[in-house]
Design a binder for this molecule. Sequence first.
Ligand SMILES: [Zn+2]
Length: 176
Amino acid sequence: MLTDWRRLAVGDDQPTECSTASREAAFYIAMKESAMSSFQSSTSAPDQNQFSFSSYIPAEPSQSDTRVKDIISIINNNQRKKIDLYAVLGAELAKIKYRYIKTVCTRCVSSNDVYRCIRCIRCTKNSDMKAFYEHIGGLTQYSRDYINFLIRISRMCYIYPKLLYVSVSTNDMKKI
Ligand SMILES: [Zn+2]
């Protein structure tokens, strides 16, 4: 299973540079190792965070920019960083990206999967994705690759919930 999600993650939405891809691949390997070791020792006590991926509901459109900033501020102020918070951020970004899709194709309508739709060529080809990256880039200073990386993190946590227990350092997340 864990091998599968790593392949899945690296294969999607190909980053623009090979070096980014290899750094990201190395990060997934480290995350996989951490998932295997930390999951067994982690307690079930919830973190004292305002947001948790398993119960997260994205903000209303008018509140989404504020929400993104709030999540980033919580990440910056938290000593003990869990993938959970990054997955929350990725989920919010995925929802914002989804709102930039002008017409959802018939296949995506029936799957009702936001993550699928925002990667779908048919759904994105007539939509202004550049405007999405510019908007989020202006809000967060994040690159297009990093925005997509966070979205992939949240998708992986959706598919493999045990990843939510992985602890990461700020360094791990910034060197991608
Ligand atoms: Zn589609």
